[in-house]
Design a protein around this ligand. Structure first.
Ligand code: GRF
Length: 359
């Protein structure tokens, strides 16, 4: 059994398609889904399939990449599959899973790849440039954005009146067909690398492409049947598949502890879902101090202004016109002082004091 971790940040329709498909077979298992967003829809999708999900916050992806690698190792992950993962992956993680991390991109790379080219931006650019073709690429992840070795591609002809929206829909359908086959190809490579590394070295990328271009059954209902399993080279044993399914349903509640054969350290239960805490302590928050200082700076001169305000009316009714004018002038001054101190406190004094560690 090959263990796969899917990384997804948002909707997770590819993740769901992949998990539904493989977790009914007995060769490849989606053991873990990791998101960088607590509220990503992919969590719900996986809950209904009984696949454990965890959230690893962006701060950890950036500052503690080895902790991410550690987590993947704890789950004995063989292949990492990116499906709409929208955060930078640090080189340490890429190197730890070199040749074992793939991504899907909604264009025919190298066209329409690189920074800023994701989701609808890709399709809008394709339409704006009046391209005749677009497609989907599955590639290995390297340090260069969308620049790793291409594993599989599938193209589509654009139709008259095609829009970014219609294209996106068609591309998604292709993804549901292509990605599972690319995963099987990637696992095949791992298998070959394990059994005969020289064989793996000579494995031609063209033969993988031919496989991708061969007509395949498009199955939008994504139920695994024997034909699909055959197409994907999964040995399909219905009884065993059902047994696996039963076991998964029983043991894959992320919070039960059972679903994690090697429970990862420092898991916490944030918002009802498993999440990982960074090693570093949370930086102090200055919000309370900021509000307090601003209120005080405005408040004290404000009180003085109010006191002088009362004098304006009392002097006026007492017939002391000069005194009323003087009090009114003071009110003006203290209102301005209150305003200036408030602004200074919020914009200059507090940041300086914080920098000096005074608050
Ligand atoms: C897909 O279009 C994929 O090509 C891109 O992100 C999108 C993810 O969609 N990398 P979904 O979240 O799987 O629906």
């Amino acid at each position: 059994m090959y263990n796969i971790a899917i990384l997804a940040s948002g909707n997770g329709s590819n993740a769901e398609n992949i998990a539904r498909l493989f977790n009914q077979g007995n060769k490849i298992k989606i053991s873990l889904v990791i998101s960088n967003r607590e509220k990503a829809k992919v969590h719900q999708r996986m809950e209904s399939l009984g696949v454990p999900t965890i959230t690893i916050p962006n701060v950890m992806w950036d500052n503690e990449p080895m902790q991410v690698v550690e987590t993947l190792k704890k789950y004995n992950i063989d292949l990492v599959v990116l499906a709409g993962f929208m955060h930078k992956i640090e080189p340490e993680i890429i190197h730890a899973y070199e040749g074992r991390m793939i991504n899907i991109h909604p264009s025919l790379l190298p066209a329409y790849g690189g920074k800023g080219m994701w989701g609808h931006h890709v399709h809008e650019a394709v339409i704006a440039n009046k391209e005749k073709k677009s497609g989907v690429t599955v590639h290995y992840v390297s340090e260069e954005i969308d620049g790793g070795e291409i594993l599989m591609q599938q193209s589509i002809d654009l139709e008259e009146g095609e829009t970014a929206e219609t294209l996106e829909e068609k591309i998604h359908k292709i993804e549901y067909d292509l990605y599972p086959r690319a995963i099987v190809a990637a696992v095949d490579r791992l298998k070959n690398a394990g059994s005969n590394s020289s064989e793996q070295a000579s494995m031609s990328q063209d033969s993988e492409r031919q496989k991708a271009e061969a007509p395949s059954k498009t199955n939008n209902s994504v139920d695994v049947d024997e034909a699909w399993a055959n197409d994907l080279k999964i040995k399909f044993d219905r009884e065993k598949a059902e047994e696996i399914q039963r076991q998964q349903c029983q043991s894959s509640q992320p919070d039960s502890g059972q679903s994690m054969p090697n429970p990862i350290p420092r898991m916490n239960n944030y918002g009802g879902r498993a999440s990982i805490q960074p090693n570093e302590p949370m930086p102090p928050t200055y919000l309370v101090w900021a509000v307090l200082a601003t209120v005080l700076c405005c408040f004290i001169p404000g009180i003085v202004a109010i006191v002088y305000s009362t004098q304006v009316s009392s002097r006026y009714y007492a017939g002391d016109m000069e005194g009323a004018k003087r009090a009114s002038k003071r009110v003006e001054i203290w209102v301005i002082v209150s305003f200036v101190l408030g602004v200074l406190s919020a914009t200059v004094i507090q940041p300086i004091m914080m920098l000096k560690g005074l608050i």
